[in-house]
Design a protein around this ligand. Structure first.
Ligand SMILES: NC(=O)c1ccc[n+]([C@@H]2O[C@H](COP(=O)([O-])OP(=O)(O)OC[C@H]3O[C@@H](n4cnc5c(N)ncnc54)[C@H](O)[C@@H]3O)[C@@H](O)[C@H]2O)c1
Length: 248
C-alpha cells in the first residue's frame, strides 16, 4: 500500500527545486499530482519525469500572487481530479539586497509572491481540504528563525508564512485540517545561486551554511511527504528545519 494511493496533491513551485522534487516524490508514492508554476517548460519536465515512472500528473501555469488565477487553478484541479488531499506551497522568490537600498517595488513583489501567494492558495484550497480532511505544507525557511544578511525582506516574508501557518493549524484543527511548515536551509536549487550586493563580507553568510554539506531538494521532499501522509497525522502547526544542522 502506497502512502498517497487515491490521493490528490496540489504543488506550487513544481517546475523546479523543492516543489519539483516534492511532486516527483508524492507521485512515486501513488498521488495524482497537480503541478502549478509560472514556468510552463519546467512544469512539462516535471510531468514528463512523473509519467516516465508511470505516475499521474497534470501541469497548470499560474501566478500564485494573482487571486483570479488561483481561483481558476483550484477549479481546474477539482475538475481534473475531483478533490484535493494535500497542498504544498513551494512557489517563492528570493532577492538579496541591502535593506537600506531595497526598493519598495521589490518589497511588494517578495511579499506578494511569498506571503500573498501562500495565503491565496491556502484561502482557495481550504474549502476542499476541509471536505477531504487534508493538509498543507508551506515553505518557510531557516530565515524565518534566524538572521540572514541582505535578505531582510525575504526573511520577513518567510517569518510571515510561518506565523500564518501556525494560526491556520489552530483555526482549522477541529475540521480535521493540518498545516505545517518546512524550514529548508542551504538546499541546492535554482534559488540557491542568487546574486549578492557588491563588496560585501561574504563571511557573514557562513552562519547560513550547512555543517554537514549542501544537499539537493529530495531531502526536503521526503520530510514534506512524511508531513503530508498519515505518518504525520498527529503533527500540526509544526516547523521542521531541513538544514543539515545549520541552526543547531
Ligand atoms: N533552496 C533553499 O535553500 C531554500 C531555503 C529556504 C526556503 N526555501 C523555500 O523553498 C521554496 C522552494 O524553493 P526552491 O529552492 O525550490 O526554489 P526554486 O527557485 O528552485 O523554485 C521556486 C519555484 O517557484 C516558482 N515561482 C516563483 N514565483 C512564482 C509565482 N508568482 N507563481 C507561481 N510560481 C512561482 C518558480 O518558477 C520556481 O519554479 C521557496 O518558497 C523558497 O523560498 C528554499
Amino acid at each position: 500500500m502506497q502512502r498517497f494511493e487515491d490521493q490528490v496533491a496540489l504543488i506550487t513551485g513544481a517546475a523546479g527545486g523543492i516543489g519539483q522534487a516534492t511532486a516527483i516524490r508524492l507521485a512515486s508514492e501513488g498521488a495524482a499530482v497537480f503541478c502549478v508554476d509560472l514556468d510552463a517548460e519546467g512544469l512539462q519536465q516535471t510531468v514528463a519525469s512523473i509519467e516516465a515512472a508511470n505516475g499521474k500528473a497534470f501541469s497548470h501555469t499560474c501566478d500564485v500572487s494573482d487571486e483570479q488565477a488561483v481561483i481558476d487553478t483550484i477549479a481546474i484541479c477539482i475538475s481534473t481530479y475531483g478533490k484535493i488531499n494535500h497542498v504544498s506551497n513551494m512557489a517563492g522568490i528570493l532577492r538579496f539586497d541591502h535593506l537600506h537600498e531595497t526598493k519598495i517595488e521589490d518589497f511588494q513583489k517578495i511579499m506578494q509572491v511569498n506571503v500573498g501567494g501562500t495565503f491565496l492558495v491556502c484561502k482557495h484550497a481550504l474549502p476542499e481540504l476541509i471536505k477531504s480532511k487534508g493538509n498543507v505544507v508551506n515553505a518557510a525557511s531557516t530565515s524565518s528563525l534566524a538572521g540572514v544578511p541582505w535578505a531582510g525582506i525575504y526573511s520577513a516574508s518567510k517569518g510571515a508564512v510561518l506565523a500564518m501557518t501556525k494560526s491556520m493549524s489552530i483555526e482549522y484543527c477541529k475540521q480535521g485540517v493540518r498545516a505545517n511548515c518546512v524550514c529548508p536551509g542551504d538546499i541546492i536549487t535554482g534559488m540557491a545561486s542568487p546574486s549578492f550586493p557588491k563588496n560585501v563580507d561574504m563571511k557573514l553568510m557562513d552562519r547560513c551554511m550547512s555543517p554537514t554539506g549542501r544537499r539537493g531538494p529530495e531531502v526536503v521532499a521526503s520530510v514534506i511527504a512524511m508531513l503530508a501522509s498519515s505518518d504525520g497525522e498527529h503533527i500540526t502547526g509544526e516547523d521542521i528545519r531541513v538544514d543539515g544542522g545549520t541552526l543547531s
